[in-house]
Design a binder for this molecule. Structure first.
Ligand code: ADP
Length: 546
């Protein structure tokens, strides 16, 4: 007769943010967090010093009256204080709610009220934005201003440093935390309807952080110096702050200095090995580096890019011209966010190698995915057939915070991602589109992502975003919105000739719009919703029929 024989391991050892916090003190007290605080000024603190400040902050919980499970908002750039809050808030049993400072005011109001934030920690540089919103927040009782700047008209504003000072020194006795307890909350920008809250647990953050140390993933290690450009108010900055703390890597934070020039200066001065950001920031940086060859960015041996498809040409140009290696990750707020990573086996950097580098990569350990067609059937992994990615694993969302409206996003234990992709026999995912961006022409799909990629491989093209244009005969046709490099006057015909050998004939666009800039979302992605709106209102400038 079979019996259930239980293993005899410490299976109840909780996977919590406490462990990551403790690791800073016990394993890498000398590692540092550096913040670009003012133009050209970088402040530094060791993990050991930060550990003590987190203790003080945890103790200040009493004076703030923060209870277990309460949501505590942050309205902040990437800086040391935000990093401290990443640990202090979950470790006292409360929930770190990172508000996306770039969202529209109505969305921020909705989110803070929906989350029922009780306290909001705000950077002094962002006070002017927040004070406009404060009257619309229904549950916020207290603001804590970080930095010495003006607290403006914020009601009940305390000072972060005064709070820490008053809290006094010494070890704090933290409450025990269940690994399933909520640790952090981040809202995804709703494509339809209101934004939805993804509620990370201590367990999901612990496991995702561990996965940032995996060599075939981000591959964070103690020797790394990690420049987290991806905002800490968006999907936990891809796990880089937690990962750096767990690995003992140095962390470099740019605060509000995100333009190419200060970023390049920070890279040249601080020599990060790893940096995470979206393609638009890398593209700005590449233009700057091309114009300023004296700025050395070559310390970046292991940069990570994601958030939208990473143009192959961008990665190649960086590697060939500046010695910077960029690898691609894919994920979403609901996947903590890293789910796949593209790190092909090293070898000759030939076309086959670059084909793999340009894909979104293989699922990380513990992440499982499948591709599902419209009829709900699984699609074969042959590198050709496409369908929607469904994903599951211990750091994938199982629902949304206080929102029953999104049940259709889940399919018996799998998350429907809304991304359309093919997977090859080695498990490398290639995203062809977001479901809502797909162009359906004469019953066939045209991949906007691939068209954009090919357009951006033209040396005169800086940005390209392709949207569907309603068409009486074909239902939809691609319309390519293109930003040309300064002083270039490349025409539609030249771009068609560039595309002709690269894509199927029916993919060749019949219309371009030469624009000065592609509108961007709050996290720097091409905002096709805005482009589609302009097209619908006949307000898209620079249109040229081919
Ligand atoms: P939002 O929905 O506001 O853009 P997310 O940051 O969660 O918020 O976006 C996740 C989406 O970004 C994914 O579903 C996918 O469409 C896109 N994405 C992320 N990484 C990549 C990538 N490497 N290639 C293509 N698309 C990507």
């Amino acid at each position: 007769m079979s019996e259930f024989l239980e293993g005899m391991m410490q299976d109840d050892f909780p996977l919590t943010v406490h462990h990551i916090r403790r690791a800073m003190r016990t394993r890498s007290p000398e590692s540092t967090v550096k913040t670009h605080v003012e133009p050209g000024i970088v402040e530094s603190a060791t993990f050991s010093e930060i550990y003590d400040r987190i203790d003080r902050l945890a103790r200040a919980r009493r004076s703030l009256g923060v209870e277990q499970g309460e949501r505590i908002g942050t309205f902040a750039w990437n800086n040391q204080r935000h990093f401290e809050l990443y640990f202090a808030i979950p470790c006292v049993g409360a929930v770190l709610h990172t508000l996306n400072i770039r969202l529209f005011e109505e969305q921020l109001t909705y989110i803070a009220n929906h989350a029922e934030d009780r306290v909001i920690f705000v950077d002094d540089s962002l006070v002017p934005v927040l004070e406009r919103l404060a009257p619309s927040f229904q549950t916020v009782e207290q603001y804590v201003v970080m930095g010495g700047g003006d607290a403006g008209g914020l009601p009940n504003a305390l000072r972060y440093e005064e709070l820490l000072e008053a809290a006094g020194p010494g070890e704090f006795e933290y409450p025990e935390i269940d690994e399933r307890q909520a640790a952090a909350l981040c809202y995804t920008s709703g494509t339809t309807g209101n934004p939805k809250g993804v509620l990370y647990s201590h367990r999901s953050i612990s496991l995702h952080s561990t996965a940032t140390l995996v060599r075939d993933g981000l591959g964070l290690g103690r020797a790394d110096r990690v420049l987290a450009v991806v905002p800490m108010f968006h999907a936990n900055a891809w796990g880089l702050p937690h990962g750096a703390a767990l690995a003992g890597a140095d962390l470099i934070l740019p605060d509000r200095f995100l333009a190419a020039e200060p970023l390049a200066g920070l890279i040249a001065a601080e020599r990060p090995t790893l940096m995470g950001c979206v393609p638009t920031i890398f593209a700005d940086l590449l233009r700057y580096a091309d114009e300023h060859p004296e700025v050395d960015l070559s310390s970046l041996s292991n940069a990570t890019c994601g958030g939208s498809a990473v143009p192959r040409q961008l990665m190649k140009d960086f590697e060939e011209r500046h010695g910077v290696n960029i690898f691609q990750a894919w994920g979403m707020t609901e996947t903590s966010p890293v789910a796949t990573f593209s790190r092909p086996l090293e070898g000759e950097h030939d076309d086959a190698y670059w084909d793999e580098r340009a894909k979104q990569g293989q699922p990380l350990p513990w992440v499982e995915l499948r591709i599902v067609d419209d009829a709900g059937g699984e699609v074969a992994w042959n590198g050709e057939s496409t369908g929607e990615i469904e994903v599951r694993g211990p750091w994938i969302a199982a629902g949304y915070f206080r929102d029953e409206s999104a049940e259709e996003k889940f399919d018996s234990g799998w998350l429907r991602t809304g991304d359309i992709a093919a997977v090859d026999a080695k498990g490398f995912v290639q995203i062809t589109d977001r479901a809502k961006d797909v162009i359906k022409s004469g019953g066939e799909w045209i991949s906007s992502v691939e068209l954009e990629n090919e357009l951006m491989s033209h040396p005169d093209v800086v940005e390209a975003a392709v949207i569907a244009k309603p068409d009486a005969r074909w239902a939809e046709r691609p319309l390519c919105c293109v930003v040309l490099r300064d002083r270039c006057d490349t025409g539609a015909e030249a771009l068609i000739e560039h595309l002709r050998p690269r894509v199927a004939k029916f993919w060749l666009p019949d219309e371009f719009a030469f624009v000065s800039e592609i509108p961007k979302t709050s996290v720097g992605k091409f905002d096709k919703k805005v482009l589609r709106g302009l097209l619908a209102e006949d307000a898209l400038d620079g249109r040229v029929q081919v």
